[in-house]
Write a protein that binds this ligand. Structure first.
Ligand code: TXA
Ligand code: MG
Length: 334
């Protein structure tokens, strides 16, 4: 397939491709999305194929106007109304009971549908101009880190999609918060930039992912390997001094190791040190690009510094632990 990389100026070509059942990658405020007409099973099938995504992992449908949610869902529970009012457009996906119009491919056979209204200007313009409800997972090959730059999209999907829109966005850098509002109380299925602390202000009894993971995986995507670079990641979780000491010790026997440092370690024995930034927001926005960057430098082993943090820290921790396949050295416990 010949993939056209275009700027937002040529958006109408991409909108036409969506109407014709094709695939278009576009920026959002979280990560790049790989879109197709969410109500067209054949078009949705192309998303799964392009990503190599398992068919039992459902997609998020993106809308450009709040009112459009009514076309996709059976009801809008009061909790959803509150959340839509406060956080849409933005990095929040809501799980609703699905309407008849929504097919089985996009929802992977579930009776619910995930809907999000992104705030990114290009994303909204594309959805609106196409006139379709745009199903879109993150625009990476299944299992690799989500793309936050157009170069990363091209690395993964060149030749596999019809259009890639090269635009600005992805300032958050991690995928949207997912909240299931089809049940009471609501359940936080995936942490993101809309934080648990904020959600608790509205729903003090909100159920969190921990409980969710113990039961059957309700967010089917949670059970697959995710975000993993080719290098093996180990998260070193602990107070600053101790984690740095621990990593320095590990580096002695590792010629091809990299460190994702958080707030200032110096590692003379590392082949590559990348600074995660000074805040959890910075850690989040750079995380996926940083993981890919280690691969570019042929790093085989990555030590990632992390510490106790609420707010956005929960989302970073969630992605980092998955990238590490849950290889975590917990120095708080020692
Ligand atoms: O920020 C984002 O959400 C990005 C941008 C492109 O919007 N999209 C994204 O999509 O991250 P994806 O497919 O990579 O992640 C969607 C998550 C998966 O974990 C999936 O299992 C879950 O949402 N999901 C989708 N539909 C669901 C449903 N009906 N019930 C429970 N979980 C669902
Ligand atoms: Mg994804």
């Amino acid at each position: 397939m010949n993939t056209k990389v275009i700027t937002a100026e040529y958006l109408s070509q991409a909108a036409q491709a969506l109407r014709d059942g094709g695939t278009v990658v576009f920026p959002t405020e979280t990560v790049y999305g790989l879109g197709a007409d969410g109500l067209n099973d054949a078009a949705v099938g192309k998303i799964y194929e392009a990503k190599g995504r398992p068919g039992d992992n459902p997609l998020i449908i993106h809308i450009a106007d709040k009112a459009d949610v009514a076309q996709l869902v059976r009801e809008i529970p009061p909790a959803a109304q509150l959340l839509m009012q406060r956080y849409w457009p933005g990095p929040l996906t809501l799980i609703f009971p699905k309407s008849e119009r929504v097919g089985r491919v996009v929802t992977a056979g579930l009776d619910t549908v995930a809907v999000r209204m992104p705030s990114n200007r290009i994303a909204r313009a594309l959805i609106r101009e196409s006139g379709v409800y745009v199903a879109a997972p993150s625009a990476n090959l299944s299992g690799s880190p989500s793309p936050t730059t157009v170069e990363h999209v091209i690395d993964d999907l060149d030749g596999r999609v019809n259009f890639i829109i090269d635009g600005t966005g992805c300032e958050i850098g991690l995928e949207s918060t997912v909240v299931d509002v089809s049940v009471t109380p609501p359940v936080l299925l995936r942490p993101g930039a809309v934080t648990l602390e904020e959600l608790r202000e509205l729903f003090p009894d909100i159920v969190t992912g921990r409980q969710e993971e113990e039961n059957a995986p309700k967010c089917p995507g949670m059970k697959y390997t995710h975000y993993a670079p080719k290098a093996q990641v180990t998260v070193v979780y602990g107070p600053k001094g101790r984690r740095q000491e621990y990593i320095k010790e590990c580096l002695k026997g590792e010629p091809n190791a990299g460190v994702l440092t958080y707030r200032g370690g110096r590692y003379e024995d590392a082949k590559l040190v990348i600074d995660a930034g000074e805040s959890m927001q910075a850690y989040a926005s750079g995380l996926f690009a940083n993981l890919r960057n280690f691969d570019t430098h042929q790093i085989r082993v990555i030590y990632a510094e992390f510490e106790q943090a609420g707010g956005m820290g929960r989302a970073v921790q969630n992605r980092l632990y998955k990238a590490a396949g849950y290889r975590v050295i917990n120095l708080y416990e020692k």
